[in-house]
Write a protein of this length. Structure first.
Length: 273
């Protein structure tokens, strides 16, 4: 995890930035010095520069040749054909201009086998239930992972505090242990939101054993992302701007007292006897 800090782009005391419409942002607005982009910078920045200079986004992404798929214009997706099925059958990813699909493509480049696994799982669920059928817990979990997952390697004591929503313990009392924490922002929707950060951005943690190296991570995820595990939705929330070193304002312990963002864990509903 980078120890760099980022100057807030909005009022840190507020849960959201007012007046910032993500729809009007583009790849030219990405701050590549942000610590959450450390793993994406080497590949992403040159691609963003080419797109900002006028090269069509699908072409620029495909020219990078770092993924097992090609990126094609959204218009290549035939009417009535499921997005996931099209990718599976053609090895082509329909891509729109803009940040959301840009970060999705970067994820294909960094985690190609994991993205293929997610596509296989989605396609299998659609084949089982149909495109218009009830999504079910597995498809919901796949979508959550694909859009909003953050991979975390952390000491047991930090993970336990996070999973119990003991925010003060996790971020203040155990702050020195965050030097041993490793994070990868996987979800492309989370990355899109972070282009204009606001305090309430919350991602879904997926724990990775400390023994897994960065080079092994993609292959490990393929094995770990099973239908059975996803059905249990083993996620834990993480307000991203609470990560030490990721936001100047969180250097003050009072930052974590905002219960609208750093929410206590819900108590299970008692079953009447």
């Amino acid at each position: 995890m980078s120890a760099n800090t980022v100057k807030p782009l909005c009022r840190a005391s507020g849960a959201r930035c007012i007046g910032l419409d993500p729809a009007v942002l583009s790849v030219a607005d990405i701050d590549w010095t942000a610590p959450w982009l450390a793993d994406w910078r080497a590949i992403g920045r040159p691609l963003a520069m080419r797109i900002a200079a006028g090269q069509p986004q699908p072409q620029a992404l495909s020219d990078a040749s770092l993924a097992p798929v090609r990126f094609v214009a959204q218009t290549e997706l035939p009417a009535g054909v499921a997005y996931e099925a099209f990718i599976r059958d053609t090895a082509q990813v329909p891509t729109r201009d803009g940040l959301h699909d840009f970060f999705n493509a970067l994820c294909w480049m960094h985690f190609p086998q994991t993205k293929l696994q997610l596509n296989r799982l989605q396609a299998a669920e659609i084949a089982r239930d149909g495109v218009q059928g009830r999504r079910g817990p597995v498809r919901d979990a796949i979508t959550v992972f694909d859009e909003n997952a953050v991979l975390i390697q952390a000491p047991d004591v930090v993970w336990e505090a996070l999973s119990k929503h003991h925010w003060h313990e996790a971020f203040v009392q155990l702050r020195s242990l965050w030097q041993e924490v490793r994070l990868w922002v996987f979800g492309h929707a989370a990355l899109e939101k972070l282009v204009r950060p606001y305090k309430s951005i919350t991602a879904h943690l997926w724990r990775v054993p400390l023994s897994v190296t960065a080079n092994e991570l993609d292959a490990w995820l393929v094995q770990d992302l099973s239908r059975e595990k996803l059905a249990t939705k083993p996620f834990s929330p993480l307000p991203l701007l609470g990560v030490p070193g990721w936001w100047v304002a969180n250097e003050e312990a009072g930052f974590y007292a905002d219960a609208e963002v750093f929410r206590p864990r819900r108590k299970p509903i008692a079953t009447p006897l």
